[in-house]
Design a protein around this ligand. Sequence first.
Ligand SMILES: *[C@@H]1O[C@H](CO)[C@@H](O)[C@H](O)[C@H]1NC(C)=O
Ligand SMILES: *[C@@H]1O[C@H](CO)[C@@H](O)[C@H](O)[C@H]1NC(C)=O
Ligand SMILES: *[C@@H]1O[C@H](CO)[C@@H](O)[C@H](O)[C@H]1NC(C)=O
Ligand SMILES: *[C@@H]1O[C@H](CO)[C@@H](O)[C@H](O)[C@H]1NC(C)=O
Ligand SMILES: *[C@@H]1O[C@H](CO)[C@@H](O)[C@H](O)[C@H]1NC(C)=O
Ligand SMILES: *[C@@H]1O[C@H](CO)[C@@H](O)[C@H](O)[C@H]1NC(C)=O
Ligand SMILES: [Zn+2]
Ligand SMILES: [Zn+2]
Length: 584
Amino acid sequence: MATLVKVFFAFSLLALCATASLQEQDILRNVKAIAENLITKENDTDETTLPELYSITPHQLKDRTVCDACAIAIDVIISYRRSGANRQSMVEYIKKFCKKFTDWGSIPCDGYAEIEIDTILFIIDNKRNLTPERVCAIYMPTHKCVDPQADKWTVNIPPPLTPNEETSAPPNASETMKILQITDIHYDPDYTPGSEADCGEPLCCQKGAPKSPDSAAGYWGDYHSCDMPWHSIENLMEQVKKEKYDLIYFTGDIISHRSWVTTVENNTKAIKQINQLFDETFPNASNIFPILGNHEPHPTDFYSPESQSRSKISTQWVFDLVADEWSRWLPAHTKPTIKKGGFYTVLVKKGIRVVALNSNVCYKNNLWLIYDDKDPNGQLQWLVDVLAEAEKNKEKVHVLSHIPPGEVECHRQWSNQFRRIVERFSETITAQFNGHTHYDELRVFFNGSKVINVAFNGGSFTTYTGLNPNYRIYIVDKNNFNVVDFDNFVFNMTEANLQNDGSIKPRWFKLYSFKQAYGLDNTGSTQMANLVDILRRNEASIAEYFKYRVKDSDPLLKEGCDRNCLKQLVCSITAVETDESLNC
Ligand SMILES: *[C@@H]1O[C@H](CO)[C@@H](O)[C@H](O)[C@H]1NC(C)=O
Ligand SMILES: *[C@@H]1O[C@H](CO)[C@@H](O)[C@H](O)[C@H]1NC(C)=O
Ligand SMILES: *[C@@H]1O[C@H](CO)[C@@H](O)[C@H](O)[C@H]1NC(C)=O
Ligand SMILES: *[C@@H]1O[C@H](CO)[C@@H](O)[C@H](O)[C@H]1NC(C)=O
Ligand SMILES: *[C@@H]1O[C@H](CO)[C@@H](O)[C@H](O)[C@H]1NC(C)=O
Ligand SMILES: *[C@@H]1O[C@H](CO)[C@@H](O)[C@H](O)[C@H]1NC(C)=O
Ligand SMILES: [Zn+2]
Ligand SMILES: [Zn+2]
């Protein structure tokens, strides 16, 4: 359902409605008729998909129409099951549904249906009072679909300490440490240089002869929909090994985007292989802090709740795996919370703490949110407790979270509660580190005109899609754990692939230093507020932000970012919860 619903509405319905001489009622009837016909049509000989039937021009339809159509289609799926359809009929139905409503083609549709079916059926069969509105509200946050029965759950946050209890360590930039951030590697074990990079499936560069020389998968990676080959990841490691780091943050997404053929075995293998490579690159390290991405589990994006940990559709295996894998770097006391929900905390040294979250539970494609969205695995309440204790002990904290604050595809209530927590503990949290979007981005928390927190998105190693690979080095104040500056390192994929046989290694270079690029004296509250102000008012500055955001990649620079696009970028910088981002 996850994948299917998402794509269905992303592609076909937009198209359907955009053809728009159709009245709303016709559109809704049409969706219902098509969805219902697929049940009775045993063999659908009409292979025309909706995206083929209608030309795609998105952004032209009312959110309300999309949400109503979503509810109608989901209702057909739920009703079919409840009318007695068995597992096999449901698999077949979902395959047909996917093929009809998306342009993914048979192989991905069949794969997704097989992988997701048991979780879909469990939720339809076991979720009390399941309504299509609930499904659509969770899956389609970007269309602002509303579930009138949504539970506005909250976590308990202690009141602020009285000011004289509050202490902040004196700033002392004279002593700094270096932190390496690597994120979103997306390793594709089947990447084949020279194969078809424009294959028409959601991920390519694995097989087939290229249609033209332009679509031959590059040696070091490719700007098309492709992830990264092993030898490129080895090159990244050779590169980062040249320096020493006080801490290393690895913020998730090891597995490739070929999500319709994942297996527990293959994901396990890839996760172990990457961890092993980190281990060889930084032998005997005790300063590596890894977190999970949304791609690590199988099925992709699904993080089952504790209550289902013994069920056969549980994703507990990924928590057990990383509890074990990460034990080479992390102290033993982190194991229980990793096994519980993939999160942990470590006191790095006196006064300095890392809190590592599994924020992927909030991602809209996590089907388990439909089953139970209330603070999955008690993670946010745990976060509050950890931060309250840290505050009491006068510690400063870095929060690592794969999904950035304000991500539009993060569950609204989770995002809202996370924001409350950051605001309450903004003196204790000195920085946040994210991945997931693959862009180099900032999220800035304000209280009135005062900047109270900054979340740094480390970009991605994968090119997916159209990007140059990057990694980051932060300069951090040793005493108060504030980010003083950072350098972003990239290589130009066009250039790396000129000699397309691996004989010349990628030329890594520093694309920019944060303070210098934006003319900042420091990264304190006042300067950061000024920066946001400048980005808002000065088109040249936000254009610079765009260039760094796509890591100076040829195809995305060529595509460019028009006025509206730039405006949206500026807006997102200060949108620190889902509801705010939706209004950008
Ligand atoms: C539908 O296809 C299946 C397998 O491809 C075949 O066995 C069956 O006879 C077909 N049914 C009809 C009504 O054509
Ligand atoms: C800052 O760090 C330097 C170098 O370790 C030290 O000599 C100095 O006392 C520190 N200042 C404060 C205010 O902590
Ligand atoms: C598992 O990985 C291997 C090696 O990459 C691949 O050949 C195989 O097809 C994968 N299994 C599945 C089910 O995709
Ligand atoms: C890592 O630790 C092992 C066991 O303690 C030791 O044998 C090995 O020499 C160490 N390697 C390095 C590079 O320090
Ligand atoms: C915002 O600032 C006001 C005024 O200084 C203060 O009273 C309030 O506690 C702050 N709120 C947060 C969430 O930091
Ligand atoms: C990347 O490298 C290619 C090939 O050398 C060059 O033409 C292009 O201008 C470079 N891109 C950027 C953004 O510098
Ligand atoms: Zn991700
Ligand atoms: Zn990713």
